[in-house]
Design a protein around this ligand. Structure first.
Ligand SMILES: [Ca+2]
Ligand SMILES: [Ca+2]
Length: 344
């Protein structure tokens, strides 16, 4: 994440030599091939393949591992069904990290784009320790919309390595389009299928590292013991362990999945390209599905630094309007692979 903005596009094929851990003596897997773009975003090559998308876990089975959750919460997950086989026919490059505050700032400065939270004057959402959700009609967990909050100010400390938040789906698409023109490559948001395929990285469990929610502290910044002091009334939903971060974490702070991708679960929710339709999986094409033709809301995936473990499963789907900006929602970009014909 340290590459200077404005540098030429570079291809960085990282060392493929097998490294030996000095401490454990265990053989470490090689770093994946990666590509760094002109904004300093590092992309990891994801191979083509097939996977089983969705979840068919019953509410009873979920209740065993999520005993604190009200039964109704476990009944609201039917849009993850049916589990269906999906083929991803082309390899692609996916951001190794969520888009950062520093990268988004560089985009704004170079492009002149005005984020929706600024352009429409209504702001975003943010953390205010004095804010009481009961004071609002919707009971939002965070204060907003308010012009004092934006991508640059979510109410808690950020650095340039933090995942950018309070950005709308439209802002994410604007960044992808600008990069595409700048570099003459195709950048876009991943489809929902590409996202889940990349998140699972060959796994078939709730999380890419297994089924146990308590194992998440090593791989995902979620609502945990570190966050609990700020929201003590949600103690029942906090992970017992600590991932070390009460708010957002610098991208890449936690361990990657088998594809070498960091923070697919937790930290920032990630906008994907698809419209949401709760019945879509029943009629989804088996190869490279792109979601419904139209809709009202766009899907976001992976959970956030404020999410409970049930909502950080690889199969979980949530959504908002394309104009939504929220202090938990950010993005990760996809770069299409170039084939031998020169077509992108
Ligand atoms: Ca956390
Ligand atoms: Ca994430």
């Amino acid at each position: 994440m340290s590459n200077p903005v404005g540098s030429a596009i570079t291809i960085a094929w990282l060392s493929l030599s097998l490294g030996l851990s000095a401490c454990s003596g265990l053989v470490q897997p090689p770093d994946p091939p990666s590509h760094v773009n002109s904004l300093g975003m590092r992309f990891v090559r994801i191979p083509a393949g097939e996977f089983l998308m969705g979840s068919d876990e019953s509410p009873d089975r979920l209740a065993r591992d999520f005993p604190a959750y009200e039964p109704q919460r476990l009944l609201q997950l039917s849009d993850e069904q049916p589990v269906h086989r999906v083929r991803i026919s082309q390899p692609f490059w996916l951001g190794q990290h969520e888009v950062t505050v520093g990268q988004f700032r560089a985009f704004l400065q170079a492009s002149g784009h005005r984020p929706e939270s600024v352009a429409d004057g209504s702001g975003g959402y943010g953390y205010n320790p004095d804010y009481d959700p009961a004071s609002t009609l919707r009971g939002d967990a965070f204060e907003g919309r308010d012009p004092r909050y934006s991508w640059d100010q979510p109410g808690f400390a950020q650095t340039d390595q933090s995942p950018v938040l309070n950005v709308s789906w439209n802002d994410a698409v604007a960044l992808a389009r600008w990069l595409s023109l700048k570099e003459n490559r195709v950048y876009r948001l991943p489809t929902e299928a590409e996202w889940e395929y990349a998140c699972r990285a060959g796994s078939r469990t709730r999380y890419h590292q297994g089924d146990d929610p308590q194992s998440l502290a090593q791989v995902a910044n979620l609502f945990d013991a570190a966050a609990l002091p700020y929201w003590p009334r949600w103690q029942a939903y906090a992970l017992a362990g600590s991932d070390g971060h009460a708010f957002s974490a610098p991208v890449g702070s936690l361990a990657p999945n088998a594809f070498g991708l960091h923070d697919m679960l937790g930290n920032a929710w990630e906008w994907v390209a698809d419209w949401h339709d709760e019945a879509y999986y029943a009629s989804s094409p088996s190869s490279d599905p792109t979601g419904p033709e139209d809709g009202e809301v766009k899907v976001r995936r992976g959970g956030s630094w404020h999410s409970w473990a049930l909502y950080a499963r690889c199969s979980f789907r949530n959504w908002n309007t394309p104009q939504t900006r929220y202090t938990l929602v950010g993005m990760r970009l996809l770069l299409e692979a170039e084939d031998d014909s020169g077509r992108h």
